[in-house]
Design a protein around this ligand. Structure first.
Ligand SMILES: [Zn+2]
Length: 449
């Protein structure tokens, strides 16, 4: 995924081999089927080979159709060269749930269909519904002239994981000994082994006052460079597509998820996430101030920071021009949506109450600078940290930043895309008017992980 090969011929070959679909045989609904390609990866994995980094041991799957022994397979953690197995692992099995009428199909459902003249079925995700006018602008979906905005659960269902501590040995996470700009920075994995050896949770990070955890996105540098990894914006890059060659776009929409060892009920601490808006170089800091558990409402302090109740799991996302916050509480989950730019409104999605907040500086946030989690007072023990990204809904041609459907989607038709957008053939250039309902076998049930 690192070496950006301008090899259009290879891509064309791959698309022909792959068919751009997620092909498998379907006899009748409500059965299990084997996924036949990786156009829906990483949600569903088709035939793939196991790759292992020779230097750091990181393991991941490579699409059998895009793999070529002629090109080195690189590790996203350390940039090292990987060994790829000869054996091809068959695709995952997935279950189909029948749908009786077009009304049962919702946006973001994965559907299975078979077009005329084709022997195998295809899986794609629904983005446009009957009667809608669809447009892709700068990687985002616009429906009827309005930006489609996902909530946290929708983002979590389709996002692509790019870093996960401790299950991946990803060096993108660093531990900062103090919050000074020139503070000592060490890889988080080393800290996890050295500072918490007696902790029952052996791979946990203890963040005390003056400490911070930083995430900096990096990609493997071109072969021959001095450094194996280089700083990068988050890209629409799929590690499974090692052999494909497509233009990569930077992703502004990403998700940070932190799981804590226990509910920090007595903690009077402060967690600070820093983002920097790329377009405007303005700074927004979202501050989660732990307050007594009875506090249920989101509010802003005088510095414009979010004040939230404590939670065992905290997720933050910048998505479709909004800041999404989701907290797993003792009694269920609470989600908030903060609109960024223009009218700034926080919505408690449970109570549907709306609260006017002070304006945020920019609608576009981007992880161009490190994401930093620091504790000002108290102590926080983090057991899992993950960063994921949204899908970039690009046009087929790399230079096109915009795609516009000329006609509204006909009645009983659905406009679909593959999750693995760089290698997917879908409604961007095929089945332009959408997929008619009578060709749809059903909805694919989410994979069991
Ligand atoms: Zn490695």
């Amino acid at each position: 995924m690192l070496v950006r090969r301008a090899n259009t011929l290879l891509l064309i070959c791959l698309l022909l081999v792959n068919g751009g679909g997620c092909a498998f045989q379907v006899d009748s609904p409500n059965k299990s089927f084997r996924i036949g390609s990786n156009s829906m990866a990483p949600t569903w994995i088709g035939p793939a080979r196991q790759a292992v980094c020779e230097e750091c041991g990181y393991r991941f799957l490579v699409d059998d159709a895009t793999y070529s022994w002629e090109f080195p397979t690189r590790c996203r953690c350390c940039g090292g060269q990987c060994t790829v197995a000869d054996r091809v692992i068959p695709g995952q099995t997935a279950s189909i749930q029948a749908v009786a009428s077009p009304r049962e199909i919702q946006r973001l459902d994965a559907i299975v269909f078979k077009t005329e003249g084709e022997t195998q079925s295809t899986v794609k995700r629904v983005w446009g519904l009957p009667g809608e006018s669809i447009e892709l602008r700068s990687g985002e979906l616009w429906v009827g002239g309005h930006l489609f905005q996902k909530d946290m659960q929708q983002l979590k269902a389709i996002c692509v994981n790019i870093s996960h501590f401790p299950s991946d040995r990803v060096s993108h996470w660093e531990f900062k000994i103090n919050s000074e700009p020139d503070g000592v920075v060490v890889p988080i994995e080393r800290v996890a082994k050295s500072i918490t050896p007696h902790d029952p949770v052996t791979q946990a990070i203890r963040i005390s006052a003056g400490h911070a955890i930083r995430y900096s996105h990096r990609i493997p540098a071109p072969i021959g460079q001095y450094s194996k990894m280089q700083s990068s914006r988050i890209l629409d890059d799929y590690e499974i597509n090692q052999g494909s060659s497509v233009a990569l776009h930077s992703i502004d929409d990403f998700l940070v998820n932190a799981q804590l060892k226990e509910l920090p009920r007595d903690l009077t601490g402060l967690v600070r996430l820093h983002y920097r808006g790329f377009d405007y170089e303005m700074h927004l800091s979202s501050t989660i101030d732990f307050v007594p558990p009875q506090a249920k409402k989101i509010s802003l302090d005088k510095h414009g920071a979010l004040v939230l109740p404590p939670a065992r799991e905290m997720a933050f996302a910048t998505c479709d021009g909004r800041l999404l916050v989701s907290l797993a509480m003792e009694r269920g989950r609470q989600d908030w949506i903060v609109e960024l730019g223009g009218q700034t409104i926080a919505v408690d999605t449970r109570s549907k109450s709306r609260e006017q907040l002070s304006p945020c500086p920019t609608a576009k946030l981007s992880a161009t600078s490190p994401i930093e989690i620091s504790v000002q007072r108290g102590q926080l023990i983090v057991t899992q940290l993950a960063v994921a990204r949204d899908l970039w809904l690009g046009a087929r041609h790399p230079r096109d930043d915009r795609w516009l459907a000329k006609e509204p989607i006909p009645s009983h038709h659905f406009w679909v895309l593959g999750d693995n957008l760089p290698i997917s053939l879908d409604c961007r250039e095929r089945w332009a008017g959408g997929i008619p309902f009578h060709q749809i076998h059903g909805r694919l049930l989410p994979p069991i992980r």
